[in-house]
Design a protein around this ligand. Structure first.
Ligand code: NAP
Length: 351
């Protein structure tokens, strides 16, 4: 590629927007040229508008950029969206109509029939759906909900090898998943909140679509029943999930299950992309792994850690997984989507 593609960030002041800024700083293919959020932030330099919760300080390259309203036109080739879901749907549609590729984290367009819901290592072929969108030059691509990403990445090798019929999953989700300022401190500290609005519905639907098959009529969902229970816990980053699975075809041994996860390959279409980790999944042998504090940054936050793979007394097999919710589960996943679309030729400089 000659020169970097110019990225705008919608929702740049939020928890996900800040992670975009951290991850795009120093990216070999992308640079940030425009920042937008609500009217509350518009007109102010980024470093004044943001309550920075990222690592270190606000990167110099963006600190003086003046925040703009989240409306086209913006001075960029495409936009990443970390917009609040109450406004993301209409704003993202307006950008796509104005000819901008929109690489979104928000839930609003994930289940639209012609919008790819992508985890590049699992369903890169679904990116072809952008060709069916009716926008003039623009398009919308989404990544899944943060807890869905970890679950679906762990299920993918099992579904390929044995067919997954049903899943029970209980989540322990980090505070950063609720955005900034998020959960009130008196609700969060020393406590567990056994409800996250809308989360269980997303976990039931999104893995079926990602593991589904793309045909002439669109994506045919995988036939998997999923029963999630979602909890908010006082952890900063990293969603832990306890998963039990029933298979269509029984594996010959537990080792076959472990091998399927350990050897899960990265497709050629994704290998070597700047944000692709060496391994999408890593299986840990320690009896007390994975843990958010120790393991959340595996693969730069892009690798899902899996441990405690063992027989399940009720279904067939159970295990524990950990996913970084704002990296693999949000900004990092979206950046990997954008890199895939560069490789497929769909994302390029706007004339
Ligand atoms: P957040 O911290 O609450 O940030 C929301 C952003 O949206 C802020 O930049 C805010 O700007 C902007 N915004 C709010 N109202 C707006 C309006 N009327 N017009 C334009 N911009 C507006 O939320 P977040 O956690 O970063 O999440 C952002 C999106 O990613 C959500 O759709 C969320 O569901 C999704 N997501 C989050 C995670 C996670 O782990 N946090 C993971 C996956 C997906 P101001 O600062 O100006 O108000």
């Amino acid at each position: 590629m000659t020169g970097k593609l110019r990225a705008g960030i919608l929702g740049a002041t939020g928890a996900v927007g800040q992670k975009f800024i951290e991850l795009v700083a120093g990216h070999p293919w992308f640079e940030v040229t425009a920042l937008a959020a609500s009217e509350r932030s518009a007109g102010r330099p980024y470093r004044e508008a943001v309550s920075w919760i990222g690592t270190g300080c606000v990167p110099d390259a963006v600190g003086d950029l003046v925040m703009q309203p989240a409306e086209p036109p913006l001075d960029c080739d495409f936009v990443f969206s970390g917009l609040d879901a109450t406004v993301a749907g209409d704003i993202e549609t307006r950008f796509a109509r104005a000819g901008y590729p929109v690489i979104s984290n928000a839930r609003n367009h994930r289940m639209d029939p012609d919008v790819p819901l992508l985890i590049p290592e699992i369903n890169p072929g679904h990116a072809a759906l952008v060709e069916r969108q009716a926008f003039d030059g623009g398009f919308i691509v989404t990544n899944p909900n943060c807890s869905t990403v970890g679950l679906t990445m762990a299920l993918a090798p099992l579904h390929r090898a044995f067919g997954v019929r049903s899943v029970l999953v209980t989540t322990f989700q980090a505070l950063s998943g609720a955005g900034y300022p998020g959960v009130a401190s008196l609700d969060a500290l020393g406590n567990v909140v056994p409800f996250i609005g809308g989360e269980e519905a997303k976990m039931r639907a999104e893995p079926r679509r990602i593991l589904g098959t793309l045909g002439a009529a669109g994506v045919e969902d995988a036939d998997i029943a999923i029963s999630p229970q979602c909890n908010r816990v006082p952890v900063v980053d990293g969603h832990l999930e306890c998963v039990s699975v029933r298979f269509e075809r029984m594996p010959g041994s537990l080792d076959e299950v472990v091998d399927a996860m350990r050897t899960f390959p990265t497709p050629d279409s994704v290998a070597g992309l700047p944000s692709a980790p060496e391994r999408a999944l890593r299986v840990l042998d320690a009896e007390d792994a994975p843990q958010p504090r120790r393991d959340v940054m595996a693969g730069g936050g892009m690798t899902v850690s899996i441990g405690r793979i063992r027989p399940c007394e009720v279904l067939d097999v159970k295990f524990v997984l950990l996913v970084h919710n704002t990296i693999r589960g949000a900004a990092g996943g979206a950046i990997l989507n954008a890199e895939l679309l560069v490789r497929t030729g769909n994302l390029r400089a706007r004339s």
